[in-house]
Design a protein around this ligand. Structure first.
Ligand code: ZN
Ligand code: MG
Length: 444
């Protein structure tokens, strides 16, 4: 028997006997014991529940023991307690799932944050997407705004006030006439301006916005247009230089256009498709295709959920950040990963953190989300609390992961010369997750 196995055996024995002191002592040496299991997948918590040791169960819970774990028969510790008639323990396990660790999570009762890509200046007016007559009248209106895209890059020009900022070129109907009639142009109706109303009111007065994507040579297109305009070269970090208003519109337009560029053919039968609903649907042209019956997610623009999480140390004073090889030197950020089919957000957070860092996570709390149009992700920002602290990184995914103290995060946030790492940019939700953690705990 290895040293590790022997320690686990002693820990499980202590749980079976209800020896609180021994449990506390061993946990102070290794918190890994909380997640390790013995024969038939029985945890220490299940053994306290089996044998009716209320105080020992409390010791395990106060150390952040996860109550949702099941043994090989699919029973939780609470199921075990109920089976053996220990109702007071069953109640304890119902009332405090990771209660102690939950207290480390920052409060979420703040206003919805104004994160880059999230601002919605347009009302999407989805009910107008199939109203051909109305769309035609908007296309012809001199007030209507057209955004031009080539290879998913928007046409922009440098901002006047701040040099690093760039602005979307808002073209008018007259400038895009040729494009509008070209078969090589893809059009997406984005919505109507929430603020602006047209002056003359011979119609509904709404100012519509469209995205036009062209495959034609952009240098040809730009001949008669603003000579200072250009197609944004790199999405990252280019799109981060847009104003919050412009970024919100691009988040919508670019994601839909990216879907069109990747899903030209019917994913069900491989047949040709036609664009409908003002750019929000692709319908298969092959008669009898299965995708023509019922509602299918292959016919509509896709959104890919990604969990991004700040992992808090069980001591509440540190957080874990990692760095990918592609990050700029010195930058550390939150771990993240795609949600898999049939998975909850909480399960995805626990799995991703475990896979990438080897750390086990207990309570998970959603904070805020961010549209991320590269190409069509939804970043779901969470805080979570670790129940183990040893880091073993998966080198394929990340280069390094470390625990950072709150002071180190504050130094990085204010770019102090003592800073030991560089924060993710303020336009990224990871920045907000870090700032929120610091902010919420600053007064404690
Ligand atoms: Zn088809
Ligand atoms: Mg991953």
């Amino acid at each position: 028997m290895s040293v590790r196995d022997e320690l686990l055996q002693r820990f499980l024995d202590a749980a079976s006997r209800g020896d609180e002191e021994a449990l506390s002592l061993m946990l102070s040496q290794s918190r890994e014991l909380l997640v390790q299991r013995g024969e038939q997948g029985w945890s220490a918590l299940m053994l306290t529940a089996r044998n009716g040791h209320y105080d020992a169960a409390r010791v395990l819970l106060s150390n952040g023991c996860d109550t949702s774990v099941t043994n090989r028969s699919g029973q939780t510790a609470r199921d075990v307690a109920l089976f053996w008639g220990h109702r007071h323990i069953a109640r304890l396990l119902t009332s405090s799932p990771g209660h102690h660790l939950r207290q480390l999570l920052p409060s979420t009762d703040t206003e919805e944050p104004d994160i880059h890509f999230n601002r919605e200046i347009l009302d999407r007016m989805s009910d107008r997407r199939s109203d051909g007559e109305w769309l035609a009248s908007r296309r012809a209106s001199p007030e209507t705004v057209f955004l031009l895209f080539h290879a998913l890059s928007p046409l922009v020009r440098s901002g006047a006030e701040r040099e690093e900022q760039i602005k979307l070129c808002k073209l008018r109907s007259a400038a895009v006439q040729e494009l509008l009639t070209s078969s090589r142009t893809l059009e997406v109706f984005l919505g109507v301006d929430k603020q602006q109303q047209q002056q003359d009111d011979d119609d509904d007065g709404m100012v519509a916005w469209f995205a036009l994507s062209t495959e034609d040579d952009p240098t040809q297109l730009l001949k008669d247009k603003d000579p200072s305009s250009f197609f944004l070269q790199e999405a990252m970090p280019g799109l981060l230089r847009l104003s919050d208003d412009d970024a919100g519109v691009v988040a919508q337009a670019r994601s839909v256009l990216a879907w069109h560029s990747r899903y030209r053919f019917c994913p069900t039968c491989g047949g040709d498709t036609k664009v409908e609903e003002a750019g929000y649907k692709r319908t298969c042209l092959r008669a009898g295709c299965r995708s023509l019956q019922g509602v299918h997610n292959t016919c509509y623009p896709r959104v890919d959920p990604v969990v991004i999480m700040l992992v808090l140390h069980p001591d509440g004073k540190q957080c874990m950040l990692g760095r990918k090889k592609i990050f700029p030197p010195g930058m550390f950020s939150c771990l993240a990963g795609f949600v898999e089919p049939g998975e909850t957000l909480e399960a995805a957070v626990r799995r991703e953190v475990q896979e990438e860092s080897g750390v086990q996570v207990g309570p998970v709390q959603y904070l805020s989300s961010q549209a991320w149009p590269m190409p069509s992700c939804l970043m779901i920002g969470c805080h979570c609390v670790a129940v183990t602290t040893d880091i073993k990184v998966d080198q394929n995914e990340i280069e390094e992961a470390r625990w950072f103290t709150r002071q180190q995060v504050m130094d990085a946030l204010v770019k102090d010369k003592r800073a030991v790492f560089i924060m993710p940019p303020r336009q990224a939700i990871a920045h907000y997750l870090l700032k929120h953690w610091i902010g919420c705990n600053a007064n404690l």
